[in-house]
Ligand binder design. Structure first.
Ligand SMILES: Nc1ncnc2c1ncn2[C@@H]1O[C@H](COP(=O)(O)OP(=O)(O)O)[C@@H](O)[C@H]1O
Ligand SMILES: [Mg+2]
Length: 256
């Protein structure tokens, strides 16, 4: 097995008197969809916000491709190849798909010192990404405001890929989507992994997760209480790990 893209060691996060995360160890691998599961308040979002540079850990280490990193902003995490897609997608409704994908890093050429946007080239690149992800979106010039929730997720993923993301983190990407749209976003996560990306997926829907994740980590009260390969578990076991009814979790919680 190849070295993990990212290793988190002993991650602790305190918010004042509250310990949101205590000693999280986790490895994130390229080409793999890793799901984070757990009840509300278990610490999933806090953990991925640390990976995304949005929160600084109170303790612990993060290694990216073997080297320790210290992110002081989401920009730092982005330069390390980490893209996060939150539920609030941060897309501009009135701009086109390709403008959104290239927002802030437009391709330009200078003619007699006057900068011109390389629209054709940007459109082509976005069209390629949309096709590669099998999104069934045919017009990169369509305004994002005209797209469905699932299509917007696809645009956010294209944006991440255009930034050469090596790890794409998705926090509850399907929470607001209808069933058919959810299917499409789930298959996008698979395609990202096939493309060699590492994917971290947070979802409430255990059936969905069991379908697409290669590996699952269960968080409970700020701790990682279990990790399972898809082949080695089933939805019933995952539920019992989340609720704490599972004997492994009970044993763990007795000793803490
Ligand atoms: N910015 C914050 N300030 C204070 N407490 C927070 C903050 N963010 C999260 N928490 C707390 O940390 C715990 C974990 O929250 P969170 O990571 O959002 O859980 P999850 O995503 O698993 O539902 C909760 O008790 C939550 O109230
Ligand atoms: Mg959350």
């Amino acid at each position: 097995m190849s070295a993990p893209f990212l290793v988190a060691k002993g991650i602790v996060k305190r918010f004042g008197a509250l310990t949101a995360l205590s000693g999280i160890d986790l490895e994130i691998r390229s080409g793999e969809v890793l799901a984070l599961l757990g009840d509300n308040g278990a610490g999933k979002s806090t953990f991925v916000k640390i990976l995304a540079g949005a929160h600084a850990p109170s303790d612990g280490d993060i290694l990216v491709e073997g080297s320790p990193v210290m992110f002081s902003s989401p920009k730092d995490a982005a330069s390390a190849g980490i893209a996060t897609i939150f539920q609030e997608l941060a897309l501009s409704e009135n701009l086109s798909i390709s403008e959104n994908v290239f927002l802030g890093r437009e391709l330009k050429r200078s003619i007699f010192g006057i900068p011109f946007l390389r629209r054709q080239e940007m459109r082509k690149r976005v069209d390629g990404l949309l096709t590669e992800l099998d999104t069934h979106i045919s017009d990169p010039e369509a305004p994002v405001g005209s797209l469905s929730g699932g299509q917007r997720q696809a645009v956010a993923i294209c944006r991440a890929l255009n930034l050469n993301a090596k790890l794409v983190i998705m926090d509850e990407p399907t929470a607001a989507l209808a069933v058919a749209e959810t299917r499409k976003v789930l298959s996008l996560t698979r395609r990202l992994a096939e493309r060699g990306c590492a994917v971290v997926l947070i979802s409430h829907n255990i059936a969905d997760v069991v379908e697409v994740a290669d590996r699952m980590a269960v968080f409970r009260r700020g701790r990682k209480v279990a990790e399972r390969l898809r082949a080695g578990t089933n939805p019933e076991e995952i539920v019992s790990l989340i609720t704490g009814a599972h004997p492994d979790v009970r044993a763990l919680e007795k000793t803490n």
